[in-house]
Design a protein. Structure first.
Length: 262
């Protein structure tokens, strides 16, 4: 069963995470489908991509059930393979010659926060809530967060967001440089953020493709550290901490709370 929706309108492709019953949680299968949808746009008539979520939330981050399954697989390499699968998604967005614009609302947690950061622009509805929730689950920030977030907000602010793991709203995220614009009206919905993202994507798609590709490559390569090196180190570290009791406890408690609420 597909976890995403793909819609092309003119030169803009909209890729929607379609697991609203799970707040669009990211399983390895979801990540693989997103990777393919974004990669396949290159070489087509698509000139820009909008990435969004279905049902009022962008994404709650990693699928706790899939993570616990990887931890309990009896294969020491399973967590590492899972992380590298998600990394292919981050690198596909980062290295895509096409601009990728995120439209976010509701929860933008954990790996989904960092998935949005990998995009070139982010438009948020007023109800968007961002959280680097990882340490609450007994794990380290993943999906490139330790590379991406300090580039936007600086090292000290990134430490605050990642180590304290507090939630911030869209109004706080904008001055920090995390999002490009917030639909300021409190009643603004994901539809409004998505419309703004599509308008921006259409403008980006109208530019010469080679110009957009070269500009994106130049900007992304403007620091000395390589994303691939950071992702490799992250995968090794995360695969270790995922095997520790704290991760099982953190994700297990998260699932239990969800079942009680349901």
């Amino acid at each position: 069963m597909s976890h995403i929706l793909i819609s092309d309108a003119g030169a803009v492709r909209t890729v929607t995470i379609n697991r609203p019953e799970r707040r669009n949680a990211l399983s390895p299968h979801t990540g693989e489908e997103l990777t393919e949808a974004i990669a396949s746009a290159d070489g087509s008539e698509v000139g820009a991509i909008v990435l969004t979520g279905q049902g009022g939330h962008f994404s709650a981050g990693g699928d706790a059930e899939a993570i616990l399954e990887a931890i309990g697989a009896g294969d020491d390499n399973a967590p590492y393979r899972m992380m590298r699968s998600f990394h292919r998604l981050i690198e596909t967005i980062w290295n895509s010659p096409l601009p990728v614009v995120a439209a976010v609302s509701g929860v933008v947690y954990g790996g989904a926060f960092n998935l949005a950061l990998a995009c070139d622009l982010i438009y948020a509805s007023a109800d968007a809530r961002f959280c680097q929730v990882f340490v609450r689950r007994g794990v380290i920030p993943d999906m490139g967060g330790a590379y991406l977030l300090p580039r936007l907000v600086g090292v000290q602010r990134a430490k605050e967001l990642m180590l304290l793991a507090g939630e911030i709203d869209a109004a706080r995220a904008e001055p920090l440089g995390i999002v490009n614009a917030v639909l300021a009206d409190p009643s603004a919905t994901l539809d409004a953020a998505r419309d703004a993202a599509r308008d921006a994507a259409a403008n980006l798609a109208a530019a010469p493709s080679y110009t957009m590709e070269m500009a994106k490559r130049l900007i992304n390569g403007s620091t000395n550290s390589a994303l691939a090196e950071s992702l490799s180190a992250e995968a090794s570290a995360q695969s270790l901490v995922l095997g520790a009791p704290a991760a099982r406890k953190g994700f297990g408690a998260f699932l239990d709370r969800g079942k009680r609420k349901g």
